[in-house]
Design a protein around this ligand. Structure first.
Ligand SMILES: C[S@@+](CC[C@H](N)C(=O)[O-])C[C@H]1O[C@@H](n2cnc3c(N)ncnc32)[C@H](O)[C@@H]1O
Length: 278
């Protein structure tokens, strides 16, 4: 039975908006590897966690969504072979640039290549597959999430571990008024060194569970240099994430509220999952 035309055009419009949001929000934020490195330079606790896991596994390690090599380079430097896969050309280029400055022995342990979580198929398997720092939040539909899990199953050794972290949805944050501006102070931008006035706007679609953060950079003197960058993230509620893992062939070894094993609570920022094939 055909949908009434008004309903049909409503759903077509919703699908179009969802596709635009998903496409722009997973790309714009990753178009400048230098900015990414500057913005997250203080984030080190997760690097330590993933590097220790990598050393414990003995390697090789597969990192899905390797970005600028924040984690992959640390793993290579710790003496473990790592393959980092990243779809965004500017992020991958930055990762290669940083890797190529390392001493030869570390450099040779780090392979970086283009690819996505959904499609990657290498002819090798790994005792450890990782997806650090919200990579899974860029899988916007159930089909993409299932493709991502299939990729992990394809590359994981039978007793291997899949470890990743995603934000814990914050109900008060998701209920924010989309037109309200949240001021974040002044930030230097590597694009031109100016100190931009930074602010954020949040909007959340409760049906797709996708939140879009509009990052607004206002130039101090010249408005033509002001710009806005969207970041779109699919939210995973903990029980839902456990169900997704279970029904996609994984057993959960631990599901914690930080990188040191704390229980998930209202104060949790990142949920950290260690899973195995079941
Ligand atoms: C927040 S960054 C994390 C990067 C890196 N893992 C780290 O810890 O710094 C998320 C990364 O996921 C990548 N990404 C987005 N969609 C992806 C996909 N479908 N497959 C693989 N990576 C993806 C982005 O390009 C970005 O580099």
């Amino acid at each position: 039975m055909a949908l009434p035309s008004s309903l049909h055009s409503y759903w077509t419009e919703m699908a179009r908006r969802k596709a635009i949001r998903a496409a722009t929000g997973s790309e714009a934020h990753y178009e400048d590897g230098r900015y990414y490195d500057q913005a997250y330079r203080r984030r080190r606790h997760d690097v330590r966690f993933y590097t220790e896991l990598a050393v414990h596994s003995g390697g090789p390690v597969l990192e899905l969504g390797a970005g600028t090599g924040r984690v992959a380079l640390a793993i290579g430097k710790a003496g473990i072979e790592v393959v980092g896969v990243e779809p965004m050309a500017p992020m991958l280029a930055r990762a290669c640039e940083r890797r190529d400055k390392l001493p030869r022995a570390a450099r040779d342990r780090i392979e970086l290549r283009s690819g996505t979580v959904e499609r990657l198929r290498l002819r090798r398997s790994f005792p450890l597959v990782i997806a650090p720092f919200n990579v899974w939040m860029h899988l916007y539909t159930r089909e993409d999430i299932e493709r991502g899990f299939a990729t992990v199953r394809h590359h994981l050794e039978p007793t291997g571990r899949f470890v990743f972290d995603v934000l814990l949805p914050d109900p008060s944050s998701l209920a924010r008024e989309p037109s309200r501006r949240y001021l974040g102070g002044r930030v230097p931008h590597p694009r031109d060194g100016s100190r931009y006035r930074y602010s954020e706007y949040f909007s959340y679609d409760p049906f797709s569970q996708i939140e879009t953060v509009m990052m607004d950079f206002e130039h101090p003197d010249d408005d033509r240099l002001s710009f806005c960058t969207p970041l779109t993230q699919r939210q995973f509620f903990p029980a839902e994430l456990e169900a997704l893992l279970h029904y996609n062939g994984f057993a959960i070894e631990s599901h914690t509220g930080d990188f040191k094993g704390a229980a998930i609570s209202a104060a949790t920022e990142s949920q950290v999952v260690v899973a195995r094939l079941r």
